[in-house]
Design a protein around this ligand. Structure first.
Ligand code: ATP
Ligand code: ZN
Ligand code: ZN
Length: 824
């Protein structure tokens, strides 16, 4: 007689347990057990019970006497759908992650161990309960006494093997309802927050009043000063302190404890209705094409390549409207949500309570609440950053990815997935359509569109035939030759002045924050570097500190050179703080704001700056890449790009692409209203093709040139790249292990008759970022044809997993990234 067996991934972090374990299933569980359910299983020598997830069930007619039995089912139904589970397993293979990491990515947010199924009374049964069984009546009786009861408790109270069937029956006839809850976080309505009592007092002053020995108190003040209002729990953890210290600060009247309601529905308040636009002919054409293709089951992958301001968002909105009418659901991915408030506002402004917004500032409980709202079908649209691609809809009609070229769609944590690829896979599994949109398609996406894998829809004009901005290139070498040493060229200076006179707004872009980007001794050449990262420290003027932008380390700038003792310490390189400083000096009459990581760490500060720009309270906005995304301000007519070369000079194969994207996107903020716009691009490489093509708004020509280089130098889309970084505290060991791992991989390749791949392996070498956060880093780069890549991945994975268990390699870690964003 055949039996049911189940493959289970156990929730245990040890890498050697990263494989499915097979368990036998007790007879009375057979019918209820489904893949995607959590179970309790005996594990290891001591048969300790641990939680796990069923990824597969199958009939088996062999001997099962050697197998252990699943002890208990923890869910009454799968907590993720079959498709989502498959998506997770696909990611594991594609991105070489562990089972557990891959499953965690697709499971409900938070600690899946903490999830409980609760049973509620939905409608009290009428008096005619004669059709109900004795057990069913008992269940109802229990629920008459309690608002809700956990599945586990119910099982303990009503000892019956068929309890699941009874619950199901009662659910079917509308008496009961089940729901998931996570931990104790949900249901709590208030949370304590801590903030400084007075935000206008300088840090030095606050600190000077505290006893020198009370260093924890100082740390708390510093933390609040930097981060603003912080949940108590987070503060205790971040500063690693106790309630007592907080209390004593409160007594001193330095901090305030605020009780805040934990919002169950985190949609920002005060969003205005976003009126529907009558589509232009071209927008209409796009919309119809997509709807027709979907209807006739022709294509279901689309790329809308529309210049900046061509009205892509309106197409998304109306597309979604049409699909919801048909009972479908929609996922919209946007780059880091906090950076695209205008886009989010449009979705909420159009669809209101039908939208769930998944942003990074949600608490764990809120995140889970949203997940549940989606799962229960209470919303039809999810707008969110990359992980929203896993939103648990059951009737998904479309996934839209706005600004598809953005690198935030690639995860830097395990599994290191690319949300575009994941979205595509999910759409295939669930029969949904995929729509990518951008003014500057990634080379990979455009390549696929040209090959007919994705249907290309092009919008060449801005809405109402507004002109694209004129791009003026300024050669900074000429400026220098004519005696201008300032970071502002004469042209840019004049244009700003003119714009101020005209009462128009200006955006200045520079991709470096801080004041000076490095400080150095003029006598001996010493450069102040981070001791954890070996990267030069950036000087921040406002708090007179040196900061590491990689690990956050803070240091005091030296007065005399720590190496040779000279006092000729000089500050080089300009960041946004210096630009702000200069602009304020040059144009004292202008209202200036700066937007970068340093000015937006306080909650709400980001929105406040943008609101001020919108209201016309700002004449000149200076910022980093934060100001490149989706901003739509009609009075912005001038955009100045202070240094186009910062992205161009990175030792990375995407540097030309990034530069083209950046210039086009930042430039695209100009002239979106009734007035024409102009862009001034300052550069030392005026002839570079990405700068030239951006100047001409000629994406296709840029693409044609870049794609040739990709082919010649064997980069994506022609080849798949795998970056293996080997890192650890011990420099010698890192290099030693790297060489050994390399040797083993080569051996394996030969064993598998894959010698031909050897010529496309680079390294092992120290990585371009050789030391980060106290880890030394070595790198091996593999390039392979798509056809060979799965074999290669298999080998890399095996060698690395094998090594990570070996005692010899203690303290060494491996990071594998498939088609990484950058290879630094
Ligand atoms: N059919 C229309 N009629 C009038 N105005 C429209 C129409 N469609 C869009 N708009 C407006 O045109 C402006 C540009 O549209 P939108 O911001 O959607 O462009 P986009 O293509 O997404 O731009 P970007 O890629 O630069 O973010 C917006 O202010 C929008 O409200
Ligand atoms: Zn020196
Ligand atoms: Zn550092």
């Amino acid at each position: 007689m055949s039996k049911i067996i189940a493959k289970v991934i156990v929730d245990n972090r040890a890498s050697k347990t990263d494989k499915p374990y097979t368990y036998a299933v007790k007879k009375d569980m057979e019918e209820d057990l489904k893949q995607g359910m959590r179970v309790l299983v005996p594990f290891g020598m001591g048969n300790r019970f641990i939680k796990g997830i069923v990824i597969e069930t199958e009939r088996y007619s062999g001997d099962i006497f050697k197998l252990k039995y699943i002890e208990e089912l923890l869910d009454d139904r799968p907590i993720i759908s079959e498709e989502i589970l498959e998506l997770g397993l696909w990611m594991r293979e594609k991105y070489l992650s562990s089972y557990l990491d891959a499953l965690h990515a697709v499971m409900p947010p938070g600690d899946i161990k903490e999830i409980t199924t609760y049973i509620y009374m939905k409608n009290r049964p009428s008096s005619e309960t004669y059709s109900l069984s004795h057990i069913q009546k008992n269940i109802i009786n229990l629920l008459n006494k309690n608002e809700k009861i956990s599945f586990k408790e119910l099982k303990e109270k009503i000892k019956d093997n068929n309890i699941r069937k009874h619950i199901k029956k009662l659910e079917e006839i509308g008496i009961l309802e089940t729901d998931l809850e996570v931990g104790t976080k949900v249901g709590k309505r208030y949370e304590k927050y801590i903030d400084l009592k007075d935000n206008n007092i300088k840090l030095e002053e606050l600190i000077s009043e505290i006893d020198n020995r009370a260093f924890k108190q100082k740390e708390i003040i510093e933390y609040l000063y930097m981060h603003g209002e912080t949940p108590l729990k987070k503060l205790l953890k971040e500063v690693n302190t106790s309630h007592g210290v907080i209390k004593s600060l409160e007594k001193k009247n330095r901090i305030a404890i605020i009780e805040r309601e934990v919002l169950r529905n985190p949609i920002p308040k005060g969003i205005l209705n976003y009126e529907k636009h009558r589509l232009t002919e071209k927008q209409q054409y796009c919309l119809d094409e997509i709807l027709n293709c979907i209807k006739e089951n022709k294509e279901n992958k689309f790329l809308i390549h529309g210049v900046t301001g061509s009205g892509k968002t309106e197409i998304y909105l109306q597309l979604i409207e049409k699909l919801i009418e048909k009972g479908k659901e929609a996922i919209v991915l946007v780059p880091e949500i906090s950076l695209t408030p205008q886009t989010v506002e449009r979705f909420v402004g159009r669809f209101g309570q039908n939208v769930a917004v998944l942003h990074s500032r949600l608490s764990a409980g809120e995140r889970f609440d949203e997940w549940r709202r989606i799962k229960r079908g209470e919303v039809k649209i999810v707008v969110g950053a990359r992980s929203a691609v896993f939103a648990p809809f059951n009737n998904l009609g479309i996934i839209i990815i706005d600004e598809e070229h953005e690198n935030s769609y690639k995860s830097s944590m395990n599994p290191k997935y690319n949300a575009i690829e994941v979205a595509e896979k999910r759409c295939e599994l669930e029969g949904a359509a995929l729509v990518l949109g951008t003014a500057t398609p990634s080379i990979e996406t455009y390549y696929r569109a040209k090959n007919g894998e994705i249907k290309l829809l092009t919008l060449l004009d801005r809405i109402n035939n507004k002109k694209l901005p004129i791009m003026n290139i300024v050669d900074m070498r000429d400026e220098l030759n004519s005696g201008n040493k300032s970071i502002l060229s004469t042209d840019l200076y004049n244009a700003i002045e003119e714009n101020l006179k005209d009462k128009k707004q200006t955006i200045l872009f520079l991709n470096r924050r801080g004041y000076s980007t490095f400080i150095s001794c003029r006598k001996c050449g010493y450069i102040a570097k981070c001791k954890n990262c070996d990267i030069s420290l950036t000087y921040h003027f406002s708090d007179n500190k040196l900061k590491c932008h990689y690990c956050g380390m803070i240091d005091t700038p030296p007065r005399i050179c720590p190496k040779c003792g000279s006092k000729y310490i000089k500050y080089f390189g300009s960041g946004t703080q210096r630009v702000e400083d200069l602009i304020k000096k040059l144009f004292p009459q202008a209202k200036v704001a700066r937007m970068d990581v340093d000015t937006t760490s306080r909650k709400g500060s980001h929105e406040k700056i943008l609101q001020n720009v919108k209201n016309g309270n700002i004449d000149i906005l200076i910022g980093t890449q934060m100001i490149t995304k989706g901003l739509d301000f009609p009075l912005v007519t001038l955009v100045g790009i202070i240094a186009a070369d910062t992205s161009l000079n990175l030792p990375d194969f995407r540097s030309s692409e990034r530069t083209f994207q950046l210039l086009t996107q930042v430039g695209g903020r100009a002239g979106r209203g009734d007035f024409e716009g102009q862009v001034i691009v300052q550069t030392y490489n005026p002839k570079h093709f990405s700068i030239q093509m951006a100047k001409e708004h000629n994406y296709t020509q840029f693409y044609n040139k870049e794609i040739l280089l990709r082919r010649e130098f064997k980069y994506p889309p022609y080849m798949e790249i795998i970056s293996l970084v080997i890192y650890g505290r011990d420099k010698g060991k890192v290099s030693e292990v790297s060489k050994e791992v390399y040797g083993k991989i080569i051996l394996e390749l030969r064993k598998n008759k894959l010698e031909k791949l050897e010529k496309d392996i680079f390294g092992p070498n120290p990585a371009p970022l050789e030391k980060l956060k106290n880890n030394h880093r070595w790198q091996i780069i593999f390039k392979s044809d798509k056809g060979d890549s799965s074999m290669l991945k298999d080998i890399i994975n095996r060698v690395c997993i094998y090594n990570s268990q070996s005692k010899k390699y203690k303290g060494i870690k491996f990071s594998i990234d498939v088609n990484p964003n950058s290879i630094l």
